[in-house]
Design a protein around this ligand. Structure first.
Ligand code: GRF
Length: 195
């Protein structure tokens, strides 16, 4: 089973969806660690309730990104983590983590990339007046929401939508699609490595 870590900074509804899929047996993964950069994030309570170990750090107490990423790598190695799932982790991944986990870090972003990268993708799409937006799951590189795209799902913006209603529909879709895509990815890697 793939040994994974989930990185999150906020509410952690995607973290919860991944945990639930593992519990339901639809996602064959072993969640070894939650990594979080916000002491007050609700995702930490979710992890505690689910009895998943978390590593929470304060970026400000480190000299620089390389220093806290080195500490993260140490934590990941101590748990034999093979694959990193970003789920609302609000930081760019630096060279330290990218070198340790080449092609083994994925992210979910609430727009049809390359449209609307960065902060508040849902608000950006809403304000732009597009008729269709959605979500993207992609490999992570050094850029902001730029790595190769693995999967996307379109979500229509309806006539009477509000930003909040749109966010709710995108997040509901994320909770279904992210665990499914992870499962497909892990199964594919398994069949490649057994040949
Ligand atoms: C999600 O919408 C995800 O696409 C984006 O950040 C949000 C995280 O939400 N990267 P949550 O913390 O999983 O509830």
């Amino acid at each position: 089973m793939k040994k994974i870590a989930v990185f999150a900074s906020g509410s952690g509804s995607n973290f919860q969806a991944i945990v639930d899929a593992v519990k339901a047996g639809t996602l064959e993964a072993d969640i070894r660690l939650l990594v979080c950069d916000q002491e007050s994030a609700y995702v930490l309570q979710r992890a505690e309730k689910e009895k998943i170990t978390s590593f929470c750090f304060s970026p400000k107490s480190f000299h620089d990104k390389a220093a806290f990423e080195q500490e993260i790598v140490k934590q990941l190695k101590s748990k034999d983590v093979e694959f990193i799932v970003l789920a609302g982790y609000m930081r760019l991944i630096g060279p330290t983590l990218l070198q340790e986990y080449p092609e083994a870090i994925v992210n979910i972003h609430p727009s049809l990339l390359p449209a609307f990268p960065g902060i508040d993708a849902i608000g950006q799409a809403f304000d732009a007046g597009v008729k269709v937006t959605g979500l993207s799951i992609h490999y992570v590189d050094a850029g902001m929401d730029t790595g190769p795209i693995i999967a996307q799902k379109e979500i229509e913006i309806l006539e009477n939508d509000t930003r909040d209603r749109l966010q709710e529909r995108i997040q509901q879709a994320e909770h279904i699609v992210y665990p499914e895509v992870l499962q497909q990815l892990f199964m594919k890697e398994k069949s490649i490595s057994s040949h």
